[in-house]
Design a protein around this ligand. Sequence first.
Ligand code: SF4
Length: 297
Amino acid sequence: MLSVLDVKAQRWFVPILSPGRALPLQRSISPTVYPELVDFLRLDFKEPFGNKDAMASASKIEWTDQTWNPVTGCTKISPGCKYCYAEILAGRLQRMGAPGYENGFGLTLLPQRLDAPLKRRKPTVWFVNSMSDLFHEKVPFEFTDAIFETIKATPHHRYQLLTKRPERMEGYFKDRVAPPNAWLGTSVENRKHGVPRIAVLQRIASHVRFLSVEPLLEDIGFLDLTGISWVIVGGESGPRARPMKAEWARSVRDQCARAGVAFFFKQWGTYGDDGIRRIKRANGRKLDGCTYDHMPA
Ligand code: SF4
């Protein structure tokens, strides 16, 4: 049985999955046939369709309200990027002719989207650049300044800025101050590439520093959580997802509890706590029977 959301989503999935081909609806993708792919696309399926240019959109990401993408496209930098959902989605959006994706996953600045949050009065949590990395080396600091102008002009909103390039983020803030409504975060997917990013983030003055431990690819061991306010943990989703073991997630949760850091368990992803592959929704987002939705104060 398809939910209303599934039926609505299918109308979009047909062109996404079969660009350039007019498939009859009865031959369109069903959650039974391609559960991971349907689930994967549900993550952000409003992205290109909310309005003509989709400057911002409601997000299915559990830890935010809206995504805002004044930059699209990126390049891979570490193993967490291997099955980057933004890359796959950007390619499909390009084939559909969606505005903002003319270059596919090539890095693209979209100045026409800079003022999108100014139009929203309701206090909102924005994930900035879900389809890119704001601190990518090809994003000029002048453009980042323009993004921060919008952030500073909207103190009723909060903004989550997540990067796998904290060294460049540190360079940006060398002679600038992060406004209090900007939360600065870095991704920590493994020991070799992810854990060293924490020390870089800790050197940057910020009201809220956070870690996105997703996709968690191995036991990342002891974490120095000094100055960290929030940690998100999640397993990978998508057709080629890599499994996350429960003990890896527990280790991070327990370290957060000891350090008094807010812990958010986002999802198991494609593999459940029993190591079995299923649709992401079926695997849920409980760890040891509990839902962890903690946010920084
Ligand atoms: S840094 Fe993020 S957006 Fe860029 S390739 Fe890696 S996962 Fe994708």
